[in-house]
Design a protein around this ligand. Structure first.
Ligand code: ATP
Ligand code: MG
Length: 157
């Protein structure tokens, strides 16, 4: 399925902005153009990352979402200035049912499935998902997917 990538992101941001009064979703685009991927599932990943960013930055008010295109891959970065994740936990947050222990665990409801599902989706699309974070400073969740799925298959061969 082929779709305009930055348009999908823009629409999602618009929808999600309506659901929050506490945070401003800031879009930083560079043009990414047409992508061949599962639009609905990619949308689900972006939604998961943005809703997490909002949820885990109760004392911040900005989320920065950027897209870029390089070497036939599009990358999305969702940056928050919230609770952050320790190095130890950064390796684990993509596991099924994993939630970082602590205050947040009780303050915010969740199953610990959003990132697991997201990583499964991104794997299936031939991409990668990761996090860059500093405890108490904030987190940036990123993923990249090939513009054409064939690119991913090529690179394995
Ligand atoms: P849900 O299944 O509803 O998404 P969840 O948000 O707890 O529940 P995940 O989205 O998989 O589950 O995230 C797993 C854990 O990773 C969270 O419980 C939280 O501890 C941590 N986490 C995720 N996103 C962030 C973030 N942006 N900043 C800090 N911690 C985060
Ligand atoms: Mg979540």
């Amino acid at each position: 399925q082929e779709f305009n990538f930055e348009l999908l992101i823009r629409d999602l941001i618009e929808d999600l902005q309506r659901t929050t009064e506490t945070h401003r979703l800031i879009e930083k685009y560079s043009p990414t153009g047409i992508v061949f991927a599962d639009k609905e599932r990619i949308g689900q990943v972006v939604t998961n990352l943005i809703t997490n960013a909002i949820k885990y930055s109760p004392n911040a008010n900005e989320i920065i979402i950027s897209t870029s295109l390089k070497d036939h891959e599009v990358t999305v970065r969702v940056e928050d200035f919230g609770v952050g994740i320790s190095i130890d936990d950064q390796n684990k947050v993509f596991e099924q049912f994993y939630r970082v222990k602590g205050e947040m665990q009780h303050t915010f409801a969740g199953l610990g499935l959003g990132l697991y599902i997201s990583s499964e989706i991104i794997k299936r699309e031939g991409g990668k998902i990761w996090v860059e974070s500093t405890k108490d400073k904030g987190s940036t969740f990123c993923f990249c997917i090939p513009v054409h799925k064939e690119t991913a298959i090529d690179s394995i061969e």
